[in-house]
Write a protein that binds this ligand. Structure first.
Ligand code: FEO
Length: 395
């Protein structure tokens, strides 16, 4: 890849991963990027690295700008291996004794990933490092989304290296928001829903803190996807909006089915909701990836979960989905369960337990239909849709 100069003397030297389709359980149909950044100053600085298998490509990119051995220091904003996996190769190339700046938790976590005894330079929150013409200010962003996460800010350029925050899993020819336009926002939303949703309160606190500190931000350089240079406030405002989780008049119906009986109920509920003027999306769990369903749930006011009873329990894909949903802690949702059963019919009760644990507002005991829903069963599904639709309209 050809390095891209973002502002004078600061380069994108990252790599594109065109082929990845599963990022630890998150569907990435458009691949991803691992962004790393090079600052040419009196102290030549590398911000983050890339996934291990792309480390040589990173070094080749750097070599188009400067001999990698001239790098004076490395900053690791986050330990997860899509950003740190290339560290052993990079440190070996530039000199194992070169300083490696990270948060205190970063030092601890890096040492738990890599046996090398690097020259760690743990930094304090708010600590400043003078590079010559520019400075780096470090801002700890604990649990956004790992305890070691931090931002590095170049005050002189009003440029923020935000690591995972504000990223998108997207590989394409564009490097900047002015090149993608609005088309990048669904990717940014999916990224937020799957990586940061459970930390929404911390996102709001961080935005407030940055605002109080009076940090001016002209450019945001995340470690995945495009760089925000035309309108960085666009993505900050979107993060605030997504973090607030204001429920829209929209329902997501996530379900699986064995002999299409639960599917008939799901589609009748969707039809009913649509007739009340509520946008309803029936999403079959073997046709839609869980990471896409959670993205739809981000702004939905209602979540309905349907499962046939299988072996006295919940269908496996539905349990997988509920586990994923529970971990991401979406808030402010109306919910209900439904499903077809043969003889025992435990699934609805078990789903209700899961939804209650998630602190969703269960507005119905749930709809159970034995075997195949006839007109009465479809009517009951329709009534459930009406009930949910009315509750959404009253929000
Ligand atoms: Fe892109 Fe948390 O790593």
């Amino acid at each position: 890849m050809k390095p891209i100069e973002i502002v004078k003397g600061i380069y994108w030297v990252g790599v594109l991963d065109w082929n990845i389709r599963d990022f630890h359980g998150y569907a990435t149909p458009q691949g991803t990027t691992y962004n790393a950044y090079l600052i040419l100053d009196e102290k030549v600085t590398l911000i983050d690295t890339v996934k291990k298998e792309f480390a040589d490509q990173l070094l080749d990119n750097i070599a188009q700008v400067i001999d990698p051995k001239k790098i004076d220091l490395v900053v690791s904003n986050h330990t997860e291996m899509d950003h740190s996996g290339g560290l052993p190769r990079v440190m070996h190339k530039i000199g194992e004794d070169k300083p490696l700046y990270c948060s205190k938790m970063g030092q601890k976590n890096l040492a738990l990933h890599f046996p090398e005894k690097w020259n760690y330079q743990p930094v304090e929150n708010g600590g400043v490092l003078n590079l010559g013409q520019r400075t780096l200010t470090f801002l700890e962003t604990r649990m956004l989304h790992w305890p070691d996460s931090m931002f590095s800010y170049v005050r002189e350029e009003e440029l923020l290296f935000s690591n995972d925050a504000f990223g998108q899993h997207y590989a394409g020819p564009e490097r900047f928001d002015d090149q993608t336009g609005e088309a990048i926002m669904p990717q940014a939303m999916k990224y937020f829903a799957n990586i940061l949703l459970l930390y929404s309160p911390l996102v709001l606190q961080l935005v407030e803190k940055v605002s109080q500190m009076g940090l001016l931000i002209r450019t945001i350089c995340p470690d995945h996807g495009i760089i925000w240079r035309q309108d960085p406030s666009r993505i900050i405002k979107a993060y605030v909006e997504w973090s607030r989780q204001k429920p829209a008049k929209k329902a997501v119906i996530a379900y699986d089915t064995m002999w299409k009986s639960t599917q008939k109920l799901a589609e009748a509920i969707a039809d009913s909701l649509n007739q009340t003027g509520v946008e309803a999306k029936p999403m079959h769990l073997r046709s839609h990836h869980r990471s896409d369903i959670i993205t739809e749930i981000l702004d939905a006011g209602a979540v309905l979960v349907g499962s046939p009873t299988m072996n006295n329990g919940i269908f496996p894909t539905v349990m997988d989905f509920l586990t994923y949903l529970k971990g991401l802690k979406p808030a402010k949702k109306i919910a209900a369960a439904f499903g077809s059963y043969g003889w025992s019919g435990e699934a609805v009760k078990l789903i209700n337990q899961e939804l209650e644990e998630m602190k969703f507002d269960l507005i119905d005991p749930g709809l159970k239909i034995q075997y195949v829903p006839g007109p009465q069963g479809i009517q009951a599904a329709f009534q459930l849709g009406q009930k949910v639709g009315q509750a959404l309209k009253n929000l």
